[in-house]
Design a protein. Structure first.
Length: 271
């Protein structure tokens, strides 16, 4: 018998490789086996696809009569809706709205009740100072940045506007920490202007119901202004905010108690 050397013993046996064409066929066979059948895919897609009637209804714009009916119902249920941010005057309203960014109204109110007892004017806020202001609002998110903005806007109100909150959107937006939504809230609640502040609730309601779909808050704002009758504009954003906050909830909308569920275009509503 021939003697096997150590080198031969250590060398692995050569594996015969498949021809290139055979390897391709084997791979295709494995992919085909792992892929679900066409019938299963088609069935799943059909199940996920909304019915034709739902799609048609979702794409159909509200008629003027339907929009009027919706806001008539809101007015009947709540003739004089109020914003939930507590304030004493236009200045404290402005401060409350600036503080409410990425925070709840309830959380802001809890902090400002004591704050506004000692600082309800720009002059008093400057006298309070940024450091002491932080102590009052430290329970609110981003309180350091917000305290800096409140002091800065108070100073600008005194230096450029005689200590008064201005009455135009552009002037309010020029204040530190104030944007278009802030300006719209102040103009509406403090000065009775027919402005629409689009927060997360209004944005959701307008898109979900199909009342004024839009990709951005500005799109929704301009869309709502076009379709809402002038007689409802003073309270429109409050009705929509309250509807989104307490009825048309983000995760689990309460369609069963919705005032406008028969008008709503949302295909997934539960009534």
């Amino acid at each position: 018998m021939a003697k096997i050397t150590r080198a031969q013993r250590a060398k692995p046996a050569r594996v015969q490789s498949l021809p290139k064409e055979s390897a391709k066929k084997a791979k295709a066979k494995r992919v085909k086996k792992a892929k679900p059948g066409r019938a299963r895919v088609a069935k799943k897609a059909l199940k996920a696809k909304p019915s034709e009637a739902e799609s048609l209804k979702a794409s159909r714009p509200w008629t003027p009569a339907e929009i009027r009916e919706a806001f008539e119902r809101f007015r009947k249920a709540n003739p004089e809706p109020k914003g939930e941010l507590e304030h004493l005057n236009p200045y404290t309203l402005l401060v409350a709205v600036v503080l409410s960014a990425q925070a709840t109204d309830a959380g802001v109110n809890k902090a400002t009740r004591e704050l506004f007892e000692v600082a309800d004017t720009p002059q008093k806020m400057l006298a309070l100072g940024e450091e002491r202001l932080r102590d009052y609002i430290k329970t609110i998110g981003l309180y350091r940045t917000k305290a800096k903005n409140v002091i800065a806007l108070s100073r600008k109100l005194i230096e450029e506007f005689g200590g008064e909150v201005p009455r135009t959107r552009a002037e309010i937006e020029s204040l530190p920490g104030a944007g278009r939504k802030t300006a719209n809230v102040v103009l509406n609640m403090a000065y009775g202007e027919h402005t629409l502040a689009v927060d997360t609730h209004v944005f959701r309601v307008a898109n979900r119901t199909g009342l004024a779909p839009g990709k951005t808050p500005l799109d929704v704002e301009l869309g709502l202004e076009k379709v809402i009758p002038p007689e409802f504009m003073l309270h429109a954003h409050h009705w929509l905010i309250l509807h989104g906050r307490y009825t048309c909830l983000a995760r689990k909308p309460r369609c069963e108690v919705c005032l406008i569920n028969d008008l709503c275009r949302w295909p997934e509503k539960t009534v």
